[in-house]
Design a protein around this ligand. Structure first.
Ligand code: PAF
Length: 286
């Protein structure tokens, strides 16, 4: 497995692979890999001939009061895990390599990036869209794989790729969970034992919503059910509960008639946990 600290090194590797007629998949990450990331790598391996993983903790997607300095990192362990997965190359640039003297150009999907998580984290999705565009331009993959766990991020990237005619396929991969239902995240290690015990409440709320949605409930009733379930976790502070059109992220009300996505953000101490589920009335499944 090649480790590429520079743009030139990863470009040269991808050029060599493409000369051999091989299809290349990119899995962008910020490192501190867990089973969720590895499932993205396996999905990428199933969809292309070679997998490139990027590890880059992107400063431009962190707000001034967010956890950039304390974001967990363990490059040695990450490289060991990726080697075992048969990854072809890992692109792990420094901030200087990635942004040089700064950079002025930004990429933004305005109608999608200022709502939901974007309203709580101003500038976050601009930072994501810009760095993902840079990664696509540097690596030039045929496919890129992202987790459905970051549903808004995935929706924004799909829109950006469509709008800017980026020549690659975006693959969304289902959320990977711990045995007790907690969505895997690098941030989970920062929960206290009591918070960790309570954190699966997000998944419980999503399961409850899924069951009730199948019987064709009102959006407001679904929200009340989710809120009631989340409130059983004394350490959790509900930051947002959103039930939106699964494709456009537009607001919904009244009886649920088409697939919706439930997006949750709950803070446990300093750790913001997010989770999501697409829910649909029964007729959608029939
Ligand atoms: O989902 C992430 O880990 C990051 O937002 C991404 C896509 C790697 C961009 O920095």
């Amino acid at each position: 497995m090649l480790t590429c600290p520079t743009k030139d090194a990863v470009r040269a590797r991808v050029r060599a692979l493409k000369r051999e007629g091989l299809r290349v998949a990119l899995v962008p990450t910020m490192g501190f890999l867990h089973e969720g990331h590895l499932s993205l790598v396996r999905a990428a391996a199933g969809a292309a001939d070679r997998v490139i993983v990027s590890i880059f903790v992107n400063p431009t997607q962190f707000g001034p009061n967010e956890d950039l300095a304390t974001y967990p990192r363990d490059e040695e362990r990450d490289l060991g895990l990726l080697e075992k997965e048969g990854v072809d190359a890992v692109f792990m640039p420094s901030v200087e390599e990635m942004y040089g003297a700064g950079g002025d150009t930004i990429v933004e999907v305005p109608s999608l990036s200022g709502i939901l998580q974007g309203a709580l984290r101003p500038g976050h999705f601009r930072g994501v869209a810009t760095v993902v565009t840079k990664l696509f331009n540097i690596v030039q993959p045929d496919i890129a794989v992202f987790g459905e766990k970051d549903y808004q991020q995935l929706t924004i990237i799909r829109q950006m790729v469509r709008d800017l005619d980026m020549p690659l396929e975006i693959v969304g991969h289902p959320t990977v969970r711990e045995e007790d239902g907690l969505a895997m995240s690098s941030r989970n290690v920062r929960l206290t034992p009591e918070q960790r015990l309570q954190a699966p409440v997000l998944n419980k709320a999503l399961c409850a919503a899924e069951d009730v949605a199948a019987t064709g409930a009102n959006v407001s009733d679904l929200e009340a059910l989710i809120r009631g379930t989340l409130e059983t976790a004394s350490e959790g502070e509900i930051k947002s509960i959103d039930i939106r059109d699964a494709v456009t992220l537009a607001e919904l009300d009244g009886p649920l008639k088409k697939p919706a996505v439930v997006l949750l953000a709950v803070r446990f101490g300093t750790v913001l946990l997010i989770d999501q589920r697409v829910i649909a009335p029964q007729t959608q499944n029939a």
